[in-house]
Design a protein around this ligand. Sequence first.
Ligand code: ADE
Length: 347
Amino acid sequence: MNIDLEQIVKPLLKWFQKEKRDLPWRKTNDSYRIWISEIMLQQTRVEAVKEYYKRFLDELPTLKELAMVEEDQLLKLWQGLGYYSRARNLHKCAKILIEQGKTELPRDYEKLKKLPGIGPYAAASIGSIAYQLKTPAIDGNVLRVMTRIHEDSRDIMKQKVREEYFLKLSKIMPNNTRDFTESLMELGALICLPNGFPLCQSCPLSFICQSYKNQTMLQYPVKKKIEKRKREEKTILILEYKDKIAIQKRPDNGLLASLYEFESINEKLSLEELKKYLNQKKIKIMNIKQLKEAKHIFSHLEWHMVGYHIICKILPEKEYLWVTKEELETKYSLPTAIMIYAKDLKK
Ligand code: ADE
């Protein structure tokens, strides 16, 4: 559905002027204070943040004081908010900036994103709230509003969907970037509610909202559940005979299609179990060395691996492609998952 989003700007800002909540971080233009509030608000409810925000800034009113504080004292100030990595990242960030002789956060979206603990969302919210940058902050609230307006059934966990709304909203962003960002968040928090029925009767954007028109609000946003990854165990066998290594090509469809791989067994074998296995397969060994365990995570699958480097006494019966270590490195593509074992061969 193609919607002229420009039309949302005026009604949204007008609504915000009337309905906005009186929140402590809305009373300042100080980027330091806005940064602290955005980080606190990332995983904590507005009501809970209020008190922490005040206490934190009473103790550490400037970037410099945050940079200088003892970690223990900082963590004490954070105690109860949870997700302590947020506090550690604030600390790291302040130290970096003060060491660089800065007195405030950078006024640049890309530079903001490079700082510890500042992802695309925080960079965009700090940029638009404190620095008049046209960087719309795309959080869960904003995605809910947008996907309902557009009846967009794509998965909001997808980076691409977030980037697309970032671009769309940045194009219509008025000069008052702060109010625009805050008004979208506010609409998501007060009207376009996540649980139960949204309050469409009071919504300034119902005139353009496709899901309101079709009464499909509750179908949006679509958030695909991350399926639990399947766990597979593997024993990777690096067979060597006369200074050459056995590899084979994977099938030309499915996982890691057409890449080369070492021989493997779909379970983790101990050295004793492996010796029995090799005996059954009539692989005669001269030497065998256990390699370190390794793990590789695919989107839907995890491989938990153990490896063995086996020097064969005679050529194994099964047909392999026998290649030198150099060819293995330069000529054949191995999946990253088993690269760790290929690298070890060079040593
Ligand atoms: N959630 C995240 N940032 C916020 C803000 N600035 N105001 C209200 N709620 C928020």
